[in-house]
Design a protein around this ligand. Structure first.
Ligand SMILES: Cc1cc2nc3c(=O)[nH]c(=O)nc-3n(C[C@H](O)[C@H](O)[C@H](O)COP(=O)(O)O)c2cc1C
Length: 196
């Protein structure tokens, strides 16, 4: 009763949505990914810094190179998902700040001249955006399989550069047969929320 979002949308985004481990071979198009991005780009980040970067792994050759860096248990699903995306944080996001935060263009130099500060900010804010992206995948009627079981340095060297830090790799598609384990329990409200 307290939520204003349509109950069907609540189910689609959260209650019925699951982390998929198998997928059908129905393709995920660039148009779908663009629609997802154009929705979730509005999720908030500090200074609107928007440090998330997304690398779509489409060619069979690139997929093969990626699978080599995955943990053993993650290999079959990464090899067979219709689409795999590498989500990374851009540690040089400050270059775009004058465009992204035009009412305070000095933010770039006033707050983000030090690389270590940028790395910390990018890690937090790109991870937030990765969460928005996972929910956006669900909004497109697709299932996401996020994974951090991979060789981070290997993936950085293979697909990114020194200015980008991998965050997670996401399998995307329609769920296939036996796509998930039984739902694991979540913490109850009282275990999580305190009031002072
Ligand atoms: C950041 C992140 C990393 C994850 N890494 C892996 C992984 O490497 N391998 C895997 O099989 N599942 C991985 N998972 C899947 C989680 O175990 C799964 O999302 C969680 O148990 C909830 O499952 P449910 O959405 O089906 O309820 C990861 C999930 C997230 C969000």
């Amino acid at each position: 009763m307290s939520l204003v979002l349509d109950p069907a949308a609540q189910d689609l985004l959260f209650r019925e949505a699951r982390t998929a481990n198998t997928f059908t071979d129905e393709p995920v198009t660039d148009e779908q990914v663009q629609a997802i991005y154009d929705l979730v780009k509005y999720g908030p980040t500090a200074f609107n810094q928007s440090p998330l970067r997304i690398t779509l792994v489409r060619s069979p050759e690139a997929r093969e190179r990626l699978v080599r860096h995955m943990a053993e248990g993650n290999r079959p699903k990464t090899a067979t998902a219709p689409l795999v995306a590498i989500l990374s944080a851009d540690n040089e996001f400050h270059e775009e700040l004058p465009q992204l935060f035009p009412h305070f263009p000095q933010a770039k130099d006033a707050f983000f001249s030090e690389r270590v500060v940028r790395e910390n900010a990018a890690a937090m804010n790109a991870t937030l955006q990765a969460g928005y992206f996972l929910i956006g995948v669900r909004a497109a009627g697709l299932a996401a399989g996020p994974m951090t079981g991979f060789d981070f340095e290997g993936v950085r060297k293979e697909f990114l550069d020194d200015d980008h830090t991998p965050l997670m790799i996401v399998n995307i598609g329609k769920p296939g047969p036996d796509a998930w384990f039984p739902r694991s329990p979540r913490l109850a409200y009282d275990q999580v929320v305190t009031t002072v």
